[in-house]
Structures are given as C-alpha cells and as structure tokens.
Design a protein around this ligand. Structure first.
Ligand code: AKG
Ligand code: FE2
Length: 208
C-alpha cells in the first residue's frame, strides 16, 4: 500500500511529478476548493497552539509556527482525509491525524526531514507501533502576501503557496530506508499569514 508511484499507478491523478530521480514529489493545483480551505482555516484558528518538534537540535527557533490537531470525526476533515488517501493511493488507516499549521510574519520551519532519524533518541518511541513515516501530503490553504514557500534543498525546488495546492512526497527510498533528499523547509513568511494542513502516513496501520 505504501509502495512507489509505479506500483500505485491509479494514484496522483492530475498531478505533476517533479523531474528528479532523487525525490518522488508530486504537485496538484486546486486539490481543495477555496471554501474548503476557508473551513480548514477556521478550524485551525479555533484550536491552534505553539508547534512542537521531535528534535529541534537545541534551536528554539527551529519551528516557530502554531499547530492544531484537526478532529478526524468532523465532517469537513473526514471528507478531505478520505480524498487525500484516495488521491495518493494510500490506506487511510496508515495516516496520522491531520494537522493544521499557521505561520505569522517571520515564522518558519527550518530545514528538516519528516522521517524520524533511525539513530535518534526518540526513534523507538515515535515508530514502535506504526513504523516510519512514508508519505507526506501538505496542502496550502491560502497565499501569504510574500514569503512562505516550501524549499527542497537537494533538487533545489521551491514551491510557492497557492490556495488549494497539494504537495506530496515519498520520504522513503525504494528499499525502505529514509531518503535524505527529502530535506526541506517552510521559508519565513514575509508579509501576511500562511496556513497549511499536513498529513503524514506510516508503514503500518494504527492499532484499532
Ligand atoms: O510550511 C511548509 O512549507 C513546510 C511544512 C513542513 O515541512 C512540515 O510541516 O513538516
Ligand atoms: Fe516537513
């Protein structure tokens, strides 16, 4: 279920693949309607709190955004959750609960990978039950007035936020090891506010 795009050929309908052999990344514009984005922004504003991070490498300014756990039972979230899984050809049971992020001016998420470092102190705690993170799906809910792009360092690709645009990538290599070429950052918002939702998938389903 979490294999390569070739194995899941029905997936990624209407998406563009980044022409890179190092990184399996897809972009799909207008994945969500402006109304759906507005509904998600309201849900994020209702529940946001400072973002946490698994390993900030001692830098308190590593991730300065605010985060919101979105209620998987809320009708809007459930609908979008199902649409994301169908789009990416992934088993919904492998998904972590969807999160929202809000970045104000000057806020950012510095260069990082979404997979957990197998040598990291917390690896067992984060990955014992459901395994490593496989795919990341993120959707921009609005377009900040300046800044806030997502940058992938290795293929040197910068993706600009656009309302409803989906971005997703495989965090793992074909042999299942983490792919270091997924290194990326949420660049500083310069003007306005940036909202996104993120959805991460795991190697194994969560226990019932
Ligand atoms: O805000 C972005 O553009 C990137 C967010 C991100 O990398 C994450 O939430 O893991
Ligand atoms: Fe990330």
């Amino acid at each position: 279920m979490n294999g390569t795009a070739m194995e899941r050929s029905a997936a990624f309908a209407g998406a563009q693949r980044l022409p890179s052999s190092k990184l399996e990344l897809f972009i799909r514009r207008d994945f969500l309607t402006p109304d759906e984005c507005a509904g998600l922004i309201d849900a994020i504003d209702a529940g946001r709190r400072p973002s946490l991070i698994a390993d900030d490498q001692g830098d308190a300014l590593f991730r300065t955004s605010e985060t919101c756990d979105l209620d998987p039972a809320a009708p809007l979230i459930a609908t979008i959750d199902a649409r994301i899984a169908a789009f990416a050809g992934l088993d919904p049971l492998h998904g972590e609960p969807m999160q929202g992020q809000r970045y104000a001016v000057g806020q950012e998420f510095k260069l990082h990978t979404d997979y957990f470092e197998p040598t990291g102190l917390d690896y067992a705690r984060f990955c014992a039950e459901t395994g490593q993170r496989t795919w990341t799906v993120m959707i921009y809910l609005n377009q900040p007035d300046a800044g806030g792009a997502t940058r992938f360092k290795v293929p040197d690709k910068i993706v600009q936020p656009e309302t409803g645009k989906l971005l997703c990538w495989n965090n793992l290599l074909p042999d299942g090891r983490p792919n270091p070429a997924t290194l990326h950052q949420g660049m500083k918002v310069r003007r306005g506010v940036k909202y996104i939702v993120t959805k991460w998938y795991r190697e194994r389903p969560r226990p019932k």
